[in-house]
Ligand binder design. Structure first.
Ligand SMILES: [Zn+2]
Length: 169
């Protein structure tokens, strides 16, 4: 039941919604991307904030009685999977995959973790075939904006391992 600070950074893989070079946390519902639904629920007029391009991101909790993120019995913190799926799913045109490095307080779960601090380190060179937006350059534009590489599946996993502990089997 502990939330432990990790001795060395962890790396993991996650999905974002990507719009005009910005990466957003959110969920995918019926083929559409919904940025930060927890924030949208408590403050529907507040514009979602993308992951920062030049700083680390610090997790916040949007639960009713806020606390320091992450907490085990909540779902706050920056989530990532330990393993990059063989065929990462792209449930909406805006969906992109990439790797993060994460540190600080970490909640470890069965297939991944939730972290206090995180930063994207690379994006997967894979796009939704139905994505007709941004002239097919959506993920490339984001990689340029965050100054991180755009890599093939195996390269992304190898590159991630240079940045922290990779717990994938
Ligand atoms: Zn929370």
């Amino acid at each position: 039941m502990s939330v432990e600070p990790v001795a060395q950074p962890l790396v993991g893989f996650r999905r974002w919604g990507c719009r005009r070079g910005a990466l957003y946390s959110g969920i995918f519902v019926a083929g559409r991307f919904v940025p930060n639904p927890a924030l949208g629920m408590i403050a529907p007029r507040v514009k979602p904030v993308p992951w920062p391009r030049s700083e680390d991101r610090v997790a916040k909790c949007f639960a009713l009685r806020g606390h320091d993120a992450p907490q085990r019995d909540c779902n706050c913190g920056f989530s990532a999977y330990y393993e990059l799926p063989e065929e990462p799913d792209l449930p909406a045109p805006e969906a992109v995959w990439g790797a993060i490095v994460a540190w600080g307080l970490i909640v470890e779960c069965e297939r991944g973790f939730r972290a206090q601090f995180a930063r994207p380190i690379a994006l997967l060179d894979r796009r939704n075939p139905d994505d007709l937006g941004e002239r097919g350059r959506r993920v490339a534009t984001a990689a340029e904006a965050y100054a991180i590489p755009l890599l093939e599946h195996a390269e992304l996993v190898a590159y991630a391992a240079w940045h922290g502990e990779l717990r994938a089997a």
